[in-house]
Design a protein around this ligand. Structure first.
Ligand SMILES: [Fe+2]
Ligand SMILES: [Fe+2]
Length: 181
């Protein structure tokens, strides 16, 4: 059974993961509006992944006979006007998420909750990936600068990220990939 403190902290993280998803969806919308469809596609998959993270914690809390309490999700920022500013905001956001995961690990340590400590190790490793991916994006868009051809190439490259599940808008293009997974 989870301690009250641990349960609250995990519920807060469910909320933080869903907020991340909402933030990335807001970034995807900005990218669609400035015509960067590849990066927008990448961002929508990022948004999907964050929902999966939230669901992993949701399932874990229930398996420990805890209570899932969903809170309201904060309104995400919007209105970005460049791929670089979005990449930078993503990197900053992921660093904040890493701090949150570290704080959760500390709570699990204080609560002497070894199961949760072990459960959280996946998220610790995942944050290394998330920060590395976001940092990569920043580097790519810094290199591209204002060069339209390079921006187009980077955008095309980002359009290749495999989907987790399909949106109506990419059903035609990706229906075969979905059938394979
Ligand atoms: Fe996450
Ligand atoms: Fe993330």
């Amino acid at each position: 059974v989870l301690s009250k403190k641990m349960q609250e902290a995990l519920n807060e993280q469910i909320n933080a993961e869903l907020y991340s998803s909402y933030l990335y969806l807001s970034m995807a919308a900005s990218l669609d509006m400035i015509g960067m469809e590849g990066f927008s596609h990448w961002m929508k998959i990022q948004a999907q992944e964050e929902v999966v993270h939230g669901m992993m914690i949701y399932d874990y809390v229930l398996r420990r006979d805890g209570e899932v309490n969903l809170d309201s999700i904060v309104k995400p920022e919007s209105g970005w006007n460049s791929a670089l500013s979005i990449a930078e905001a993503t990197y900053e956001h992921e660093q904040k998420v890493t701090e949150k995961i570290d704080a959760l690990v500390n709570t699990a340590t204080e609560e002497k909750d070894n199961s949760t400590l072990q459960f959280l190790q996946w998220f610790v490793a995942e944050q290394v990936e998330e920060e590395a991916n976001a940092s990569d994006l920043v580097k790519k868009f810094r290199l591209a600068g204002e060069d339209k051809t390079t921006l187009f190439l980077v955008d095309t490259d980002l359009s290749k990220r495999p989907v987790l599940y399909n949106f109506p808008s990419n059903e035609k293009e990706n229906s075969c990939e979905l059938a394979k997974t």
